[in-house]
Design a protein around this ligand. Structure first.
Ligand SMILES: Nc1ncnc2c1ncn2[C@@H]1O[C@H](COP(=O)(O)OP(=O)(O)O)[C@@H](O)[C@H]1O
Ligand SMILES: [Mg+2]
Length: 298
């Protein structure tokens, strides 16, 4: 069972207790910030993977967390999605502290992890139905939510086929449908297009962009691809060795370096490095390979 399935089960199992404890059905996000990280810190042994990260993501934004492999992006996201408990500082989602109220935070989030979260031996529809049950979508709403999530991701027609017949791009869209079945206020995507060919990458982004037009949703994503961040993000944060080095709109960050600067130049300016370091161990190539293996699916 994946970490995501376990988290969903935990959410479902404790939902009644938490509802009683909080005595509230508060699910609607108020205006203001979707995510606030304050001095957020996490270490693996002696290695500080996330080092006093301050970050504010506004309601309705598409926000990109950019950085090379090992920068600390996934660890930050795992604290935000309550899969890891912060060792220092705090993170809140729509004003709810993730460490204090993990179940309430999980219910507001749709999460597409870096690693495969769809089951190849089920059909597309069965996968989305499984998530609807895991996330405790009320029985009376399930059918409609499952079908509309599949349709929103362009999967209505292939929904009854086994996932092992899907292309990499279709699997990514299915994982998005799984994350959407919960009607999340915050959609979190960890490397949504890594390992996909350029056409499938654009395709996935167009579905996300279309979704943004119709749903009141904040999107947080991580990526290695500067061009994607430039095109699709309202604001970005550059992360390197566990810290945020710069935050702003892609336009502003580029303008600060001069007229012809690219986002790659901006990244190099703030970190002294590049996102595409081929010698880097466990770098982008490894991630690509991992995603490719995952896509082959038995
Ligand atoms: N489970 C783990 N055990 C030990 N070290 C880890 C673990 N997960 C991540 N790390 C380390 O923490 C750092 C940040 O990793 P990660 O958050 O996955 O970065 P990114 O998502 O930006 O590639 C890396 O140096 C990585 O090796
Ligand atoms: Mg990562």
């Amino acid at each position: 069972m994946s970490e995501l399935h376990e988290a969903a089960l935990a959410t479902a199992a404790t939902s009644t207790a938490e509802a009683a404890a909080t005595n509230a059905v508060v699910r609607e996000p108020a205006g203001g910030s979707a995510v606030v990280c304050s001095a957020l810190t996490y270490s693996f042994g002696a290695h500080t993977a996330v080092d006093h990260v301050d970050l504010r993501i506004e309601h309705g934004e598409t926000f990109g967390l950019l950085g090379p492999n090992g920068a600390g992006k996934t660890t930050t996201i795992r604290m935000l999605t309550t899969l890891l408990r912060p060792m220092g500082g705090s993170v809140s989602v729509f004003g709810v502290n993730a460490a204090e109220r993990p179940m309430r935070v999980r219910r507001m989030i749709g999460y597409v992890p870096q690693m495969l979260s769809a089951d190849a031996t089920l059909t597309g529809r069965e996968n989305v139905q499984l998530f609807a049950r895991l996330f405790d979508v009320p029985r009376s709403l399930r059918h409609e939510r499952v079908e509309s999530a599949l349709a929103a991701m362009g999967l209505a027609e292939p929904a009854s086929r086994l996932v092992k017949t899907y292309s990499g791009g279709m699997i990514r869209r299915l994982e998005l449908a799984q994350a959407l079945v919960n009607s999340p206020s915050l959609l979190v995507l960890d490397e949504p297009t890594v390992g996909l060919d350029p056409i499938a990458r654009t395709d996935v982004w167009e579905f996300i962009a279309r979704l943004r037009e119709t749903a009141d949703m904040t999107v947080l994503m991580t990526t290695h691809y500067m061009d994607e961040a430039d095109t699709y993000c309202d604001r970005i944060a550059l992360m390197h060795s566990g810290s945020i080095r710069a935050t702003g709109t892609p336009g502003l960050l580029k303008a600060m370096l001069g007229q012809s600067a690219t986002l790659d130049d901006v990244f190099r300016h703030y970190t002294g490095g590049t996102l595409y370091d081929d010698d880097e161990k466990g770098g982008i190539r490894d991630v690509r390979r991992a995603r490719r293996t995952a896509h082959r699916l038995g």
